[in-house]
Design a protein around this ligand. Structure first.
Ligand SMILES: [Zn+2]
Length: 95
């Protein structure tokens, strides 16, 4: 319900011209960008991994205790997870 309200608001305010501008801004040459490398081994290949958070029945949207996966990336060579990949909670890293 909330999501559909936000989407409608965005659609009516922004219009299609702005949407086209956003698409043009994605044309960035990857060679111009800074490489991200592993803090430990300086490897540049990362693979997706998941952190899991438990959500209690009280907080859960469907009223049932469950687990929520958080997508994160780890170094393919040594398994290290860079600090900048770790999400913050209340200003502190969650790992
Ligand atoms: Zn590494």
């Amino acid at each position: 319900m909330l999501q559909s309200i936000q989407w409608l608001g965005w659609d009516s305010k922004m219009g299609k011209e702005i949407n086209m501008n956003n698409q043009q801004q994605i044309n960035i040459d990857p060679n111009d960008l800074e490489d991200v490398s592993c803090e430990k081994c300086e490897g540049q290949v990362f693979v997706p991994a998941f952190l899991f958070k438990k959500i209690s029945a009280v907080l859960s949207p469907n009223g049932k205790a469950s687990m929520i996966p958080l997508n994160i990336f780890k170094c393919d060579a040594c398994g290290h997870i860079n600090q900048e990949f770790i999400p913050n909670k209340d200003g502190e890293k969650i790992l």
